[in-house]
Design a protein around this ligand. Structure first.
Ligand code: PRT
Ligand code: ZN
Length: 283
C-alpha cells in the first residue's frame, strides 16, 4: 500500500488534507492517528513533523510526502520532487538590524548568523566565499539580534511582518520555497500507477483553480468577435436563444483575465453575464 507522509499539525497540514479531499481521496481526520487509510483510494496517510518527512520518504518508509521545498533542501536526503503544489509559499532570507549599513554579501564576513537552516546557509556562505559563524536555533530566530545571540538571521519570510516587528530588514533572498509532493523515486509498478493517478488529479485540480466558467447572452452579430475574446479550450459553446438575433455563449476563462474579458464582452453587447466556479477540468 502506497504511503503518503504529511505534516501532522502546522502550516502545511490543513492545505495538504484539503488537497487530498479536492482530488477525491477521503481521509478520516476526526480520529486522526499516526496512520490513516483512505477508504476510497489505495493510499495510507502518515502524520508527522515536517522535519522528518524527507527522511522517511528517502528511506522508503513512506513512498510519498508533502513538505516545504525548504525542508527538502535543508535535509539533503535523496528524494524526487514530483510536483510543486502552489501553497505554503515563502522564501528563506538573510536579515540584518534595520540600522545596519548593509553593502552586499561581504557584510556577513566574520559575523554571527542565527538560523534553523544551517545546511542551506552553509552552502550560500561557501558560494559567496564568506566566513561566518552559524548559530543554530530551532525557534524564534528573529529575536536573536536583539538578544545579542547573533548579528543577523537567516529565516523563513512570507509577508515580512515578523522581520519588521523585530526591527530587522531583509537583505538577501536565498531560496524560494512552496509545498511539494516528493517521492522516494523507488516505487513498485503498482505504487507508480497510484502516483500517476494522484499527479493526474492534482493537475486537473490546479488547472481548474485558476479558471472560471463564464456564460452570457450575446447578439448573434457579435459571436465572431466574442470567440476572439474568449478562445476557450477548443472553442466556446454557442446556443440559440428563443429571442431572435440572440444566442447564449459559454466558455472558460483564466481568473487573472476575467475583468478585462468582461469589459471587452460588455462593449460588444454581452448581457446577463454569469461567472461560475469550476470544480474540475479534465483536459
Ligand atoms: O511541528 P512541525 O515541525 O511539523 O512544524 P514547524 O513548526 O517546523 O513548521 P511550520 O508549521 O511553522 O511551517 C511548515 C512549513 O510552512 C515551512 O517549512 C515552510 O515551508 C512553510 N511556510 C510558509 C512557513 C511560512 N510560510 C512562515 N511564514 N513557515 C514558517 N513561517 C514563519 C516565519 O519563520 C515567521 O517567523 O512564520 C512567521 C511569520 O512570517 P511572516 O514573514 O509572514 O511574518
Ligand atoms: Zn518542523
Amino acid at each position: 500500500m502506497l504511503r503518503l507522509a504529511i505534516q501532522s499539525k502546522g502550516r502545511l497540514n490543513e492545505e495538504s488534507t484539503a488537497l487530498l479531499r479536492e482530488i477525491g481521496i477521503d481521509i478520516d481526520d476526526s480520529r486522526r492517528k499516526f496512520l490513516a487509510q483512505a477508504p476510497n483510494f489505495p493510499l495510507e496517510v502518515l502524520y508527522m513533523r515536517d522535519d522528518d518527512i524527507p527522511q522517511v520518504v528517502s528511506s522508503g518508509t513512506a513512498g510519498l510526502g508533502i513538505v516545504g521545498l525548504n525542508e527538502v533542501e535543508e535535509r539533503g536526503f535523496d528524494v524526487k520532487v514530483e510536483k510543486k503544489l502552489g501553497f505554503g509559499g515563502c522564501r528563506i532570507s538573510l536579515a540584518v538590524p534595520k540600522a545596519v549599513d548593509y553593502d552586499g554579501p561581504q557584510w556577513f564576513q566574520g559575523k554571527r548568523i542565527a538560523t534553523s537552516y544551517p545546511g542551506i546557509l552553509k552552502r550560500w556562505l561557501q558560494e559567496n566565499d564568506i566566513q561566518a559563524r552559524i548559530e543554530v536555533i530551532t525557534g524564534s530566530v528573529e529575536i536573536a539580534p536583539a538578544a545579542d545571540i547573533a548579528d543577523a538571521i537567516f529565516d523563513i519570510v512570507s509577508s515580512g511582518g515578523t522581520l519588521v516587528s523585530n526591527g530587522l530588514r531583509e537583505v538577501e533572498q536565498v531560496i524560494f520555497s512552496e509545498a511539494v509532493l516528493i517521492s522516494s523515486g523507488q516505487l513498485s509498478a503498482e505504487e507508480q500507477a497510484t502516483l500517476d493517478e494522484i499527479l493526474f488529479r492534482i493537475d486537473s485540480a490546479m488547472v481548474s483553480r485558476r479558471k472560471k466558467y463564464i456564460l452570457m447572452n450575446l447578439p448573434e452579430a457579435s459571436v465572431e468577435e466574442a470567440c476572439r475574446i474568449l478562445p476557450a479550450m477548443r472553442s466556446p459553446t454557442v446556443m440559440p436563444l428563443a429571442a431572435k438575433g440572440w444566442c447564449s455563449m459559454h466558455s472558460v476563462v483564466d481568473e487573472a483575465d476575467l475583468w478585462d474579458k468582461i469589459r471587452q464582452l460588455k462593449a460588444i453587447g454581452a448581457e446577463g453575464i454569469l461567472v461560475l466556479n469550476i470544480d474540475k477540468i479534465i483536459p
